[in-house]
Design a protein around this ligand. Structure first.
Ligand code: AMP
Length: 289
C-alpha cells in the first residue's frame, strides 16, 4: 500500500496521535531520500519491531558544508514513495526547510568529543547539523525506536550519546551496511560516480577485507595496519584518501600501540565528486579464546 505523505509537524502528530490511541508502537527511519535497499533494510527492521513505521525524507541543509553537494543532492520524492509502497511503510514525513527551520531559528545540538574526531574535521558543522535535526525528528515523532545505518558509524555513536545525554526516551537501533553484489556499500551519493569510479570503488570493501586478514595474521600494530590499508587504497589512482583510521570501536579513541578488543577500521575516500564512507569492526580473538 502507498504510504500517506504528510508535510507538516501538525499533520505528523495528528497521524501518530491516532495510532497512539490504539496503543500502536511507532518506529522512525530518518533519511534524506534517494532511497535504496539500505534504507529499505532500516524500514524492514522497524516493521519487524513496531506496529507503525514513519520514514522521514528531508535533505537537511544544516548538515552540509558551505561548498558541499546540498543543491545537487538527489531528490525524488515520487520514486521514494513508490519504493516505500513495496515494503509497506505507513507514513512519509517530508517537511519543507522553512517548517523545520522557521525564521529566527537559533538552537543547535552539539555533541562534544565524539563529533570532533574522525570525519568531524573533514565536515565542519556536519554532526551538529545531524544532532539537531535528529533531535527535532525524535521530538516531533516521539517514536519507540529509531533506526540508523551502521554505515555512518560515527553518526550512530553521536546519536546514541545525544539520546542518553538528553534523556530522550527512544531505543536507537543500528542496522548493518547493505552492499551491492560487488561489495560496494549502497549510498545515495553513488549516483555521482562515473562507471569507471564506480568500478574503482570496490577497492574500499577490499581494503576492509585486507584489514580483517591482516589482523587475523597478527599484524604488528594499529599503525602498521593503517599503513597497509592506506597503501592498498592509494594504489587506485581514482581514489583520494581523506581518512583511513584505526580506532577503538566502542570509544572511537586512538588505540595507540595496542589493539583494542574491537577494532574499527574507518575509510572516508573521494572518488570524483563523491566522498564515500565505509568501515568494518574486527573482533580480535585473543590467544585464550
Ligand atoms: P541518508 O539518507 O544517506 O542520510 O541515510 C539515512 C539512513 O540510512 C542513515 O541512518 C544511514 O546510515 C542509513 N543507510 C545509508 N546507506 C545504508 C546502507 N548501505 N546500509 C544500511 N543503512 C544505510
Amino acid at each position: 500500500m502507498t504510504p500517506a505523505i504528510v508535510r507538516t509537524v501538525l499533520e505528523l502528530r495528528t497521524a501518530i496521535g491516532t495510532w497512539r490511541k490504539r496503543a500502536d508502537s511507532v518506529g522512525l527511519v530518518p533519511t534524506m531520500g534517494a532511497l535504496h535497499e539500505g534504507h529499505l533494510a532500516l524500514v524492514r527492521a522497524s516493521q519487524a519491531q513496531c506496529r507503525r513505521t514513519v520514514v522521514s525524507i528531508f535533505v537537511n541543509p544544516t548538515q552540509f558544508g558551505p561548498n558541499s553537494d546540498f543543491a545537487r543532492y538527489p531528490r525524488d520524492l515520487a520514486g521514494d514513495v513508490a519504493k516505500l509502497a513495496t515494503v509497506g511503510a505507513d507514513l512519509v514525513f517530508a517537511p519543507d526547510v522553512g517548517d523545520m527551520y522557521p525564521p529566527g531559528f537559533a538552537t543547535t545540538v552539539t555533541v562534544a568529543r565524539i563529533s570532533e574526531g574522525l570525519c568531524g574535521p573533514h565536515r565542519p558543522g556536519h554532526f551538529a547539523g545531524v544532532a539537531t535535526i535528529v533531535t527535532k525528528l525524535l521530538l516531533q515523532t516521539m517514536p519507540d525506536a529509531a533506526y540508523f545505518g551502521e554505515k555512518d558509524y560515527q553518526q550512530v555513536m553521536v546519536v546514541r550519546r545525544m539520546v542518553l545525554d538528553l534523556s530522550i526516551p527512544v531505543e536507537i537501533v543500528a542496522i548493518p551496511t547493505v552492499r551491492a553484489d560487488d561489495g560496494v556499500a549502497l549510498s545515495s551519493r553513488n549516483v555521482y560516480l562515473t562507471p569507471e569510479e564506480r568500478r574503482a570503488a570496490v577497492r574500499l570493501n577490499r581494503a576492509l577485507a585486507l584489514a580483517r586478514s591482516l589482523v587475523e595474521e597478527g599484524v604488528a600494530s594499529p599503525a602498521a595496519l593503517e599503513r597497509s590499508v592506506r597503501d592498498y587504497i592509494s594504489q587506485e589512482p581514482l581514489a583520494g584518501i581523506d581518512l583511513v583510521a584505526i580506532r577503538d570501536a566502542d570509544t572511537l579513541e586512538d588505540p595507540g600501540d595496542a589493539f583494542p578488543d574491537r577494532i574499527l577500521v574507518l575509510l572516508f575516500v573521494r572518488f570524483g565528486k563523491a566522498r564515500l564512507l565505509d568501515h568494518t569492526v574486527i573482533e580480535r580473538r585473543t590467544a585464550e579464546s
